[in-house]
Design a protein around this ligand. Structure first.
Ligand SMILES: NC(=O)c1ccc[n+]([C@@H]2O[C@H](COP(=O)([O-])OP(=O)(O)OC[C@H]3O[C@@H](n4cnc5c(N)ncnc54)[C@H](OP(=O)(O)O)[C@@H]3O)[C@@H](O)[C@H]2O)c1
Length: 330
């Protein structure tokens, strides 16, 4: 079977040429576990950091042999667990860039495909969707009248965060890179407005579209963006620090927080690590799946076909050139 590995240890953000496809023996079905075929593989920003050993203290995969990590929707092809049968579909955070995987039964979560595309379980109903839901409903506790400002708004986390704000009676304003992403955020995700931070005079444009000062900031990109949001925030704004996409691969000083602005705005800061919310996955699905089924909550997808297409899509994601959820169909 096919697996993709790193050619050598990485010294910079991964590019397509850093990966190679190899043949490896099909793994045996483990006692109490399953052998599963990867149907849809998720590519996420944390993987870039993880490949360099820069994510949550987790080791980088061994060059030449280690599994590149990733979430996936899988089909069980063989089971030695009473919980799973051949043909079952499941979601797992313990997958990777290979055609077949040996997995423990408790790493699998059963998925609802009734009126829901299985791929949605990697995005809007997957780890990124859970991240957005956790930040908005469990930490910031969004409600009627809130004004949310969120960056990387065309991505899965930002896009879901803004749509949850809308669905909970708030207003969402997005920041994204380029007119195509902003059109997606306004017309498809139905934010009140989205501003292109690559355009000249964008901060003036932001002031023009904000309907009142933001009561919630959801930060996905950088400390500079956080400062931009905080300088416009309402007193006692709730800030969710979720991601620092612009800092992950950059060398130079580590990210910092603008302490003076936080004091001046009496802001409260919530650091978010999605791992803490894995035990609330059922509550998340119960609230969000009906919105997905009804079409009230949607996320664009960048989909490519074949495991061999994963490296190029990873390079696109690392450059911030993706729109929406990056998925590889196998
Ligand atoms: N805390 C947690 O537990 C947790 C869990 C999941 C995800 N996250 C974080 O949430 C954020 C969004 O995740 P996502 O999966 O929805 O990804 P995403 O938004 O689809 O992709 C990241 C986006 O960041 C923006 N970006 C700005 N500067 C960038 C740069 N220098 N390099 C690369 N991208 C840049 C790009 O959008 P623009 O072109 O619009 O700027 C890019 O598309 C990421 O920072 C991710 O690490 C955190």
């Amino acid at each position: 079977m096919k697996q993709i590995v790193l050619r050598a240890a990485l010294a910079a953000a991964p590019k397509a040429s850093d990966f190679e496809m190899i043949d490896v023996p099909t793994p045996a079905c483990p006692e109490g576990g399953v052998l599963a075929r990867v149907l849809h593989l998720s590519l996420d920003p944390y993987v870039g950091a993880r490949l360099r050993g820069r994510h949550m203290g987790e080791a980088a995969p061994q060059a030449g042999s280690g599994l590149i990590p990733g979430a996936a929707v899988v089909e069980i092809v063989q089971s030695r667990s009473a919980l799973w049968s051949k043909g079952d579909l499941a979601h797992t955070m313990d997958a990777g860039w290979a055609e077949l995987l040996a997995l423990s039964a408790n790493s699998l979560r059963r998925i609802d495909t009734d009126g829901i595309d299985p791929r949605a379980h990697l995005g809007v109903l997957g780890m990124p969707g859970l991240t957005a839901w956790a930040g908005m409903t469990q930490l910031a506790r969004v409600g009627l009248g809130d004004v949310l400002l969120v960056d990387a708004a065309a991505g899965t986390v930002g896009g879901v965060a803004g749509q949850i704000a809308r669905l909970k009676g708030g207003t969402a304003v997005g920041i994204a890179g380029g007119p195509a992403k902003c059109a997606l955020v306004e017309n498809v995700y139905r934010f009140a407005a989205c501003v292109d931070y690559r355009a000249q005079g964008w901060e003036t444009a932001l002031d023009a579209v904000l309907r009142g000062p933001p009561t919630i900031l959801f930060e996905n990109v950088s400390t500079a963006m956080l400062a931009t949001g905080l300088s416009r925030a309402a007193p006692y704004a709730r800030v969710v620090l979720c991601g620092l996409a612009a800092h992950y691969q950059a060398d130079g000083p580590p990210a910092s927080v603008p302490a003076g602005l936080i004091i001046g705005k009496r802001a409260s800061l919530h650091g978010l690590v999605v791992y803490d919310f894995y035990d609330r996955w059922d509550a998340f699905t119960a609230e969000v799946a009906p919105w997905v089924r009804s079409g009230d909550l949607v996320i664009a997808e960048d989909v490519v076909s074949g495991l061999e297409a994963a490296p190029a899509l990873m390079e696109t994601l690392m450059a911030g050139a993706n729109t929406g959820k990056c998925v590889v169909d196998l």
